[in-house]
Ligand binder design. Structure first.
Ligand code: FAD
Length: 384
């Protein structure tokens, strides 16, 4: 077992840290308050190769593994979690679904523009009446000659308004349950496909989250990913990898909140001492640091397993569950240590507090992840 990062991993991490501090940090509250998508930053990230982190060079990718990917998402999120979310959803949801299950022709068509930054990708499983219960999805795709006719809607879709290529999960056979669901690439501008307005969110406000509407939307057969009926199982596997990046985002949120608080606690004075001199504050800081480290280790283990092509259903669920709950706890304590200033927008704590909550909801709520973990451990205990 080797807990050390390679020199290359350290250099990538430090490059992203430096970029985030210089290029992102000065603008975060402007984006947040205006609910503005950070187009310029995303352009610069694409120039750094961060829209194709986990993809081979032959498609225009940066050819890195999930360890590097997790480090990058943590660094971006430690400064602005919205940007971590945009990059994570692009890399390991929409783009990865096309890359993992698309034919060579589909990959040649869709992947290079996505890695170059011509467009972001979006991935749409959730519907207004089916989130955790994804199998209850109602969007239909009915075969008509060489086309599929899509009807229905999706909601909470990250990057929706900035994506030319949407991976849509739809029901192709109502009789077949999880085997009656398929995945399609729906291109922006396809007649019958509409994208709603950016939703007005509590946190992650610089990221775009919108509804999608399909009204007799005609999608060519050649845009189906993999075989008919495979879409649900493909999606569950995509979520396993996606949870590594959302977990890394949560580690970044927790670290960003903690690092600011550590500094503040050593400057703010009360009763003739800095507040870091009080044991109550020291214990909070100690718990924050310990939990962040534990969360990162879980994420890096899941990232390593993904790089080894191992089944990571259990480990990615554990890592994302723990990291997201740590982010909420740490951001909460950060506001507490900042006192009244934790409630004020001129200080960083309140934004981490708002952004952190998304982590326990997206890509599997904490409750659903506990069900996944319990199912896996009970199953494993039967095979011992
Ligand atoms: C900012 C943001 C970005 C997102 N991006 C995307 C995206 O890009 N693509 C996409 O497809 N989706 C996306 N989502 C959707 C997200 O995955 C869902 O919100 C999530 O899966 C929960 O579904 P729901 O909102 O319908 O909640 P529900 O499923 O209605 O759950 C409501 C509550 O009930 C609980 N619950 C439900 N079932 C059970 C059960 N069996 N046992 C115990 N408790 C249960 C849940 O844990 C939750 O607390 C995003 C969401 C957000 C907030």
């Amino acid at each position: 077992m080797d807990f050390q990062l390679t020199a290359e991993q350290i250099s990538i991490r430090d490059m992203v840290k430096d970029f985030a501090r210089k290029e992102i940090e000065p603008h975060i509250m402007t984006y947040d308050e205006a609910k503005e998508f950070p187009t310029e930053i995303i352009k610069k990230l694409s120039e750094l190769g961060l829209l194709g982190i986990i993809y081979p060079e032959e498609y225009g990718g940066s050819n890195m593994g999930y360890i590097e990917y997790a480090l990058i998402i943590e660094e971006l999120s430690a400064v602005d979690p919205s940007i971590g979310l945009i990059v994570a959803a692009h890399n390991s949801l929409g783009t990865l679904h096309i890359f993992s299950y698309g034919s060579e022709d589909q990959k040649q068509k869709f992947i290079p523009p996505l890695l170059k930054g011509d467009s972001l990708s979006a991935w749409a499983l959730t519907e207004p009446n089916s989130g955790s219960d994804a199998l209850a999805l109602k969007t239909t795709a009915v075969k008509q000659g060489n086309y599929w006719i899509l009807n229905g809607s999706k909601t909470f879709i990250t990057n929706a308004n900035f994506s030319d290529y949407h991976v849509i999960i739809a029901r192709t056979d109502p009789e077949k349950g999880s085997r009656g669901i398929s995945a399609f690439v729906v291109e922006k501008g396809t007649p019958g496909f509409k994208i709603g307005k950016n939703l007005n969110k509590l946190g992650m406000r610089a990221s775009d989250t919108a509804e999608l509407f399909f009204d007799n939307c005609k999608v060519p057969q050649e845009n189906m990913l993999g075989k008919e009926g495979e879409g649900f199982h493909q999606s569950m596997s995509i979520l396993d990898g996606g949870r590594v990046s959302i977990g890394a985002m949560c580690v970044g949120i927790a670290r960003g909140a903690y690092e600011n608080t550590l500094k503040y606690a050593q400057e703010r004075e009360a009763f003739g001492k800095t507040i870091s001199d009080f044991q109550a504050t020291k214990f909070k800081l100690a718990d924050m640091a310990t939990e962040i480290d534990a969360a990162r280790l879980l994420i890096l283990r899941a990232a390593w397993m993904k790089d080894q092509n191992m089944d990571l259903n259990l480990e990615s669920a554990m890592a994302k569950l723990y990291a997201s709950e740590v982010a909420v706890r740490v951001a909460n304590e950060a506001v507490q240590i900042y006192g009244g200033y934790g409630f004020i927008k001129e200080y960083p704590a309140e934004k981490f507090y708002r952004d952190a909550k998304m982590g326990t909801i997206g890509e599997g709520t904490s409750e659903i992840l506990r069900l996944v973990i319990a199912r896996e451990i009970l199953q494993q205990s039967k095979t011992v």
